[in-house]
Design a protein around this ligand. Structure first.
Ligand code: SF4
Length: 382
């Protein structure tokens, strides 16, 4: 079939061969309809591509000869490859994937041990190359935006992280976070399709109910996520409940009003039944006063949100500094008084080479205790 014949179809389907890792699930249906491939064979290709990580069309079992011929002509499945794997002294793994066009995407695998037993094994995956939003504290933001990752590229990270967890830690991935490079909600279609695919037990990674999507507050997508994936958890980076201050920390927030975000959070909680996690990067003299804490508590009101305070070492190029112990304690005390559970996450040095929400860079030892609530314990490295 010439490309002229399907020019009224989605632009992704116009240039042959079509990369099946890149198109949306809606386009998959369109593609297979266009080439008269049976539903059963479509299912086989889908499973090969998304569940089993097969990249050779010829290696997909169960297709008729003519279907193989058609598929070989019209489609490819482009994969990302492992480019590097580094183990850090804290036990986490930093996986670098090379995408088919040479871009590199980072994934972090974080084992958490408790009493000598592996309690949790998470992966944090990247959703974009670079980021559009340029938050003041974030290294990824300084790269500028290059491109979105495709559904296939998201799943390749999960699949590779899963095989590393099995090989190195003898563990399954228990939790998945969309918190690496990029703003996942700015790449909503690919993220949502990946979550849809992951509902299947045979797909790589944990089920979506053990998955968290992080955002700087793209409120339309927060509402979409609540409808499309009510089982998925939500983490929103607020960093200040004062609109002007938030704007200085996150320039994007001029278009993301705090009240719209608040409405979207309430909507999300109503539809999904689980409260959001609010991420707050505590920065000296920027957003760490008791008044800032009271504003945050007032803003969240009856949302029952869990608050995660993110503490990190200074980033010279950003001119930002971590709050001292006294300020931190006072901040936590205000939130605790208002009834909010507070978790703390510690990030250090080069680890700020970060991403949205920064989970990927916060290693296990640096996070004193994920479950530490209601105040600081002794021994924190301040
Ligand atoms: S924190 Fe997230 S949204 Fe902000 S610049 Fe970094 S990756 Fe982008």
């Amino acid at each position: 079939m010439s490309s002229r014949q399907h020019q009224h179809h989605s632009h992704h389907l116009q240039n042959l061969p079509v990369n099946l890792s890149q198109i949306s699930l809606a386009e998959w249906d369109e593609f297979f309809g266009l080439y008269n491939i049976s539903r059963e064979s479509q299912k086989r290709v889908y499973e090969a591509a998304f569940h089993h990580g097969i990249s050779e069309i010829g290696a997909i079992p169960g297709l008729s000869e003519s279907e193989h011929d058609t598929m070989n002509r019209a489609a490819v499945i482009r994969r990302s490859e492992q480019h590097a794997l580094n183990r850090s002294i804290d036990g986490s793994y930093r996986l670098t994937m090379e995408l088919h066009d040479g871009h590199l995407a980072e994934t972090v695998i974080i084992p958490e041990w408790h009493d000598g037993r592996l309690r949790k094994c998470s992966a944090s995956i990247s959703s974009q190359i670079g980021c559009f939003f340029g938050c003041s504290f974030c290294a990824t933001g300084r790269m500028g935006f290059h491109r979105n990752l495709s559904t296939g590229e998201l799943l390749d990270q999960v699949r590779q992280a899963e095989s590393i967890a099995r090989r190195e830690l003898d563990s399954e991935l228990t939790h998945l976070y969309f918190m690496g490079m990029g703003e996942p909600m700015h790449n909503y279609r690919a993220v949502s399709d990946a979550l849809t695919i992951m509902r299947d037990d045979a797909a790589p990674g944990p089920l979506p109910s053990h998955t968290t999507v992080s955002t700087v507050g793209l409120f339309r997508q927060i509402r979409m996520l609540a409808v499309d994936h009510p089982e998925v958890h939500l983490a929103v980076s607020i960093h200040s409940a004062d609109q002007d201050k938030r704007y200085r920390i996150m320039p994007v927030s001029s278009r993301l009003g705090l009240s719209e975000i608040r409405d979207a959070l309430a909507y999300h909680k109503r539809l999904t039944g689980h409260p959001p996690t609010i991420q707050y990067l505590l920065m000296e003299e920027v957003n760490d006063s008791p008044d800032d804490a009271r504003k945050l508590a007032g803003y969240l009101g009856d949302l029952n949100a869990n608050i995660t305070l993110i503490m990190y070492s200074d980033v010279p190029e950003s001119g930002l500094h971590r709050s001292d112990k006294e300020k931190t304690d006072n901040f936590i005390a205000e939130l605790t008084r208002a009834g909010f559970p507070v978790d703390i996450r510690w990030c250090y040095g080069e680890d700020i080479e970060a991403g949205c929400g920064q989970l990927k860079v916060c290693s296990r030892e640096d996070r004193i205790s994920m479950s530490m609530r209601h105040g600081l314990q002794t021994g924190e490295p301040l």
